[in-house]
Ligand binder design. Structure first.
Ligand code: MN
Length: 717
């Protein structure tokens, strides 16, 4: 598909001031020599290269005082080092860093980010070294380029490469500007994806959907997120995309309908003496699709929303009062994200009003500053390492109040700090990845008020979160001592699912004699709670019920169980163990190095030797027992292959499996949806060390766009 197919210009109107459309770039224009404004008057040798004229213009619009010469130098180095390289589309490679930089410049990024963005592929792909970048552009630019170079590697793997992703977070964790560049880089690559094979398009689109779009949401970069969503929608859901596109095309009058309401609103506000700009904002395709799923039949006003921009915070409420007085408000649609900002810094009032003819229009009310943050998120926050932006405005001015002291530091928004904390406490990359994906998949947030002594405040939680989640969000590890909760004043079990606006009060034991029960995991939705509970249970195995043997992989064994011929060497003084089980936290498989511990009931739990539980158990003075895989222990593994349906797919996949000498223990093929199918195979491998190569061979089967290891048996054997 071509990037043009998702052109937002197809949407009904372009009345808005800052629409995704503005962030789009005509690459053909960049190839043309654009004459620079001669009145800018720099000495000829300092004159900016023509090709970065657009970047310079966009940058000056946000930062009138910015020094552009450094951008000129960065461009000259990038252009000369990429010379002779071409993109798959045939265009000179330099068009890519230029386009990425223009995206960031239009979002209002500061000069250092733009400099690093121009150079972002030089260290990876050209003769330029990081030392050279450091010498010519300083430590900060070198740091950002190095971060992007590390993150770049995630593009070349499959969607789920937990260890790579963990590294990526570590690389970017110390500075979200790296992530900003990465997001713009992905946007440009998605726009130009049409030249790739369909399987590759789908694979890249999936990573974008699972990781980069949620990151854009978390970083508050709505402008990038919306365009990425439409690009992914077109690739992964071509039929629904086409339906939506046709629906938008069939309602050419939608803009006028909303425009008529906008005029009434403008008149009402003028009469009330409130200075405001009232704009019609078309929804992007994914948003139209969502609203259609929610409302069924769409009316003209559903194709967009009104955006009211005012000067001061207080004006937002003034506008709201007028609208709710002069129109019929749809009360259920009212949300106050100014009093309780989302944790991605987003602030706005949301409401909906019914016009006299019954048409309902959604309205967003915010200040100009809130609008900038809503569109560009962390990109708009300026250089976090200096107190002020080059144009003298303090970047953090007027940010939402810090809940925990993290929010004021734009290099480390609260969620990113939490992710980094989890990645340190998660026992292995798989656990971390599963938690992370679950967290990123939450797009609905609820706000809960807590009333635990001290000043009352709010906590943001994913929809479906329970009192257990609230306890860990509020108290961290101290929540282990939680005994119960009051929800809206009434005693409630910890399993109670919280709703938006609930007030929760958590009751903690004074002396932490008890700990979380394993059932808490059934009610914990947030990674913070899950990882904390799992960690505690792992450190206190006597409190946990023995893990259920649901894992289809082979179980290490002991002389007591002669069937597999495995051996256990230990202080054999004790009783022979009743059973030997792989630990649920790290699920070892051959040929992992393993260590065992006796647990209550006489059985032995086996961990991977590098599992953090091993250190914990040792720290508690528990003696490890030596275990090793039996000679006949074989790898059994469950793999999930996601593919486009096509004739002969099953035969090709099973052939790839057979080529590796793996036996199919069971197979399950789900009915296709949107021409995509999911195959689940439980396999017996001749040699567990060959798993990675087998997965790669399966991925290489035409039509397959992802193969991953199932964490749990899917009931296939
Ligand atoms: Mn790039």
């Amino acid at each position: 598909m071509s990037a043009e197919a998702t052109n937002p210009e197809a949407a009904p109107t372009d009345v808005t001031v800052r629409r995704r459309g503005r962030a789009r770039i005509d690459l053909r224009r960049l190839g043309r020599a654009a004459l620079l404004n001669a009145t800018a008057g720099p000495a000829p040798r300092d004159r900016l290269p023509d090709a970065i004229g657009h970047v310079a213009e966009a940058h000056r619009a946000h930062h009138p005082e910015a020094d552009l010469t450094v951008l000129g130098r960065a461009y000259v180095l990038a252009e000369s080092s990429h010379r002779g390289q071409f993109r798959k589309s045939g265009e000179p490679y330099i068009t890519h860093p230029l386009a990425v930089t223009l995206i960031l410049a239009e979002l209002g990024a500061e000069t250092t980010t733009l400099t690093a963005s121009l150079l972002h592929d030089t260290v990876e792909d050209t003769e330029v070294t990081l030392d050279q970048v450091r010498r010519e552009f300083g430590d900060e630019v070198a740091y950002l380029v190095d971060g992007v170079t590390k993150v770049e590697k995630i593009d070349y793997g499959a969607a789920a490469e937990p260890e790579t992703f963990r590294k990526m977070l570590v690389a970017t964790g110390s500075d979200v500007r790296v992530m900003s560049i990465k997001l713009a880089d992905r946007l440009h690559n998605m726009r130009t994806l049409g030249v790739m094979r369909p399987e590759k398009q789908a694979r890249i689109a999936r990573v974008t959907r699972d990781v980069l779009i949620p990151l854009a949401e978390r970083l508050g970069v709505q402008a990038l997120k919306a365009e990425l969503e439409d690009l992914v929608f077109a690739i992964l859901h071509p039929e629904e995309y086409e339906t939506t596109r046709a629906l938008v095309a069939d309602h050419p009058g939608a803009a006028e309908e909303l425009g008529a309401v906008a005029e009434q609103v403008t008149a009402v506000l003028r009469e009330a003496g409130i200075g405001a700009e009232v704009l019609v904002r078309p929804r992007h395709f994914v948003s139209v699709h969502r609203v259609r799923l929610k409302r069924g039949e769409l009316r003209g006003c559903d194709f967009g929303r009104l955006l009211v921009l005012v000067a001061e915070d207080a004006d937002c409420y003034g506008v709201l009062g007028e609208l709710h007085t002069c129109f019929t408000p749809v009360v259920s649609e009212f949300k106050d994200f100014i009093a309780a900002p989302k944790f991605n810094l987003y602030q706005s009032l949301h409401t909906a009003i019914a016009a006299p003819d019954g048409a309902v229009a959604e309205v967003l009310i915010r200040t100009h500053r809130m609008h900038k943050v809503a569109e560009a998120g962390v990109v708009a926050l300026g250089n976090p390492h200096v107190g002020q932006e080059p144009d003298g405005t303090a970047p953090a001015a007027g940010l939402p109040p810090a809940e925990d002291g993290e929010r004021v530091d734009p290099t480390r928004p609260g969620w990113l700090s939490r992710l980094l904390a989890w990645q340190q406490s998660a026992p292995d990359p798989d656990t971390f990845w599963t938690s992370l994906r679950a967290d990123l998949a939450e797009d609905d947030e609820i706000t809960v008020f807590h009333a635990d002594g001290g000043a009352p405040g709010t906590i943001s939680l994913p929809a479906g979160a329970s009192c257990v989640d609230a306890a860990y969000a509020q108290h961290g590890e101290a929540a282990h001592a939680c005994l119960g909760a009051r929800v809206n004043g009434r005693l409630a079990p910890l399993s109670t699912v919280l709703g938006d606006g609930d007030t929760v009060q958590l009751l903690l034991a004074q002396d932490a004699v008890s700990g979380p029960s394993p059932e808490w995991l059934d009610h914990a939705r947030t990674p913070a709670a899950r990882i904390a509970i799992t960690g505690w249970l792992r450190a206190h195995p006597e409190s946990a019920a023995p893990p259920a043997p649901t894992d289809p992989r082979p179980q290490p064994s002991v002389p007591a169980d002669r069937r597999s011929g495995a051996e256990l060497h230990a202080d054999l003084d004790g009783e022979p163990p009743a059973a030997v089980r792989p630990a649920g936290c790290c699920t070892p498989v051959p040929p992992d190095e393993i260590t065992g511990f006796r647990v209550r009931g006489g059985s032995v739990t086996v961990h991977r030797a590098r599992c953090s539980a091993v250190d914990t158990m040792r720290g508690l003075g528990r003696e490890p027992v030596t275990v090793r895989w039996g000679d006949t222990a074989r790898g059994r593994v469950t793999l999930v292959a996601e593919s486009f349906g096509r004739p002969g797919l099953l035969a090709d996949l099973t052939e790839a499996i057979a080529t590796f000498g793996a036996a199919v223990v069971s197979a399950n093929v789900e009915p296709p949806t949107e021409q995509r199918v999911r195959h689940t195979y439980t396999l017996q491998l001749p040699d567990a060390a060959g798993l990675a190569a087998l997965m790669k061979a399966m991925r290489d089967v035409p039509g397959v766009y992802d193969v991953s290891r199932a964490r749990h048996s899917r009931g296939t054997g």
